[in-house]
Structure formats: structure tokens, C-alpha cells
Design a protein around this ligand. Structure first.
Ligand SMILES: Nc1ncnc2c1ncn2[C@@H]1O[C@H](COP(=O)(O)OP(=O)(O)OP(=O)(O)O)[C@@H](O)[C@H]1O
Length: 245
């Protein structure tokens, strides 16, 4: 469910570390219900850009707002209004599935009753009935990631940031994860996702590709392939990123 309602607006956003410019005047918008792929080779500046958008790093210059909130003056409100999930941060291994959901629900300030309902919904939708009282540490990585995605959405944010959410899992599980992403986007949640898997880039509504701090391309996968004369996103990516790899 894409719409014209903007969820992120970025204008000339820049981050310097001393003399080094990690993010160099990037500009883009993302819309309600859009799956926005944020690509780039290692070191291109994706994480640095994302950190500014989720309110944990102050930009050097430029403008950015997320869900209408300004990254300079309202970073704490941004943190409460977004979902975030990274490959590195998962659930607490030594808590059960139910305990993890309860814990994160508490952090998000949800009421006890709402948390109970959410537990039921998540367990049902992910088919985790048989393992709901098992420690998360015992779950396969793919299940953990699906659970982490659901937990990132507990407080029903307008946007969720996914930092390489499917790293290290097999193609079938990755496909299932993307089905969850599609479902969520169709309900109006904006998905901002970084990935190194080019097949996943094909699933995005639009893709931006960063090269050495700049956004060098931004369009639908179909248009990018046309623009760069490539028959896959892999081809597009290689043409753009080849010089710096
Ligand atoms: N705190 C910092 N101080 C100095 N340089 C930094 C800092 N954080 C990142 N950088 C540099 O900024 C550049 C961009 O890094 P960033 O982590 O944003 O890239 P990335 O696109 O997310 O890469 P990856 O895919 O490997 O995560 C790199 O050259 C990195 O070394």
C-alpha cells in the first residue's frame, strides 16, 4: 500500500568524521507503505546514514525528518516512533519467546493487556505455538529473526528500519521473511531495509545505491535495470560499485 504520504524526508544530509565525509549530501524521500531498499558496498555509508535517521547520531549538516520529526531537535521522539531491527541485535537468548515479547512490550510502554494480545497474535501468525515457552536461544536463527521483526513492530510504528535482517539465513527462510515484510508494508508500514542480497533488492519498491557516501542511483528495480543496461540488480550494483570494491 504505497501512498504519497512521506515518512522520511532527507535533504543534503551529511556526516563527517573529522576530515572524512562518510555521508555526502544525500537526498531522498520514502512514502507510507513503501519498501525502500538502502544498498551500498561495505563502507559506503549506509549505517552512518541510518544512525542519523534513527536519532542516535547528529548530522554534520543537511536536513532530515522521520515521521514528521526532526533528527536534530526530536531524536528521542523519533526513537519511540520507529521500529528497528538488525542482524546483530536479536532477542534475549535466555528468555522464552513469551518473556521476550513481554519485556520489549514493557520497554515500548505498552499496557499489560495489549502485550497479552500481541503475544497471542505473534505466536499465532508465526506458528510458534509449540515453542512459545522455550528459550529463544534454542530457536533456529531464521525463527529468531522473524520474531525480532514482529517485536520491532509491537508498538505499531509507521516505519521500521531493518539493518541486514536476513544475514546468515538460508534462501527459503529469507523468502519467508520477505513475505512478512510484504504483509506489513501492505498494511501501510514503511520498510527501510539494508541488504547485501541482490535478490532481495529486486523485492523492494524502490532502491537507492550508495557509493562512497553519495546516493548514485535511486529508482524502482525495473527502471534501474533499464538505466544501467543490466538484467538483474546484481548487474546494476556491480556497474555502480565496481570501482570501489
Ligand atoms: N565513528 C566513526 N568514526 C570514523 N569513521 C567512521 C565512523 N563510523 C563509520 N566510519 C567510516 O565511515 C565509512 C562508512 O561506514 P558505514 O559503517 O556507514 O558503511 P556501511 O555502508 O554501513 O558499510 P557496511 O555494509 O560494512 O556496514 C567507513 O569508511 C567507516 O570506516
Amino acid at each position: 500500500m504505497k501512498s504519497e504520504e512521506t515518512v522520511i524526508e532527507v535533504e543534503n544530509l551529511t556526516k563527517k568524521f573529522g576530515e572524512f565525509t562518510a555521508v555526502n549530501e544525500i537526498s531522498f524521500k520514502t512514502y507510507k507503505g513503501e519498501i525502500f531498499g538502502f544498498l551500498g558496498a561495505n563502507g559506503a555509508g549506509k549505517t552512518t546514514a541510518m544512525k542519523m535517521l534513527i536519532g542516535i547520531s547528529k548530522p554534520t549538516s543537511g536536513e532530515a525528518s522521520v515521521t514528521g520529526l526532526d533528527v536534530y531537535s526530536q531524536p528521542d521522539r523519533i526513537k519511540r516512533n520507529i521500529g528497528y531491527m538488525s542482524q546483530k541485535f536479536s532477542m534475549y537468548d535466555d528468555l522464552t519467546i513469551k518473556e521476550n515479547i513481554t519485556f520489549f512490550g514493557g520497554i515500548y510502554g505498552l499496557e499489560r493487556k495489549t502485550i497479552k494480545t500481541k503475544i497471542q497474535e505473534i505466536i499465532e501468525s508465526l506458528g510458534l505455538e509449540d515453542v512459545a515457552n522455550k528459550l529463544v536461544g534454542a530457536l533456529p536463527l531464521g525463527w529468531k529473526q522473524k520474531l525480532a521483526f514482529s517485536v520491532a513492530l509491537l508498538h505499531e510504528p509507521k516505519i521500521v528500519f531493518l539493518d541486514e535482517p536476513t544475514g546468515g539465513v538460508d534462501p527459503i527462510t529469507r523468502r519467508q521473511f520477505w513475505e512478512l515484510i510484504y504483509k506489513q508494508a501492505s498494511q501501510g508500514t514503511t520498510i527501510f531495509v539494508t541488504t547485501h542480497y541482490m535478490d532481495e533488492a529486486e523485492y523492494c519498491d524502490r532502491v537507492s545505491i550508495m557509493v562512497e557516501g553519495k546516493i548514485e542511483a535511486l529508482d524502482t528495480p525495473k527502471n534501474l535495470k533499464k538505466e544501467f543496461g543490466a538484467n538483474s540488480m546484481d548487474g546494476v550494483f556491480l556497474k555502480l560499485a565496481r570501482n570501489v570494491e
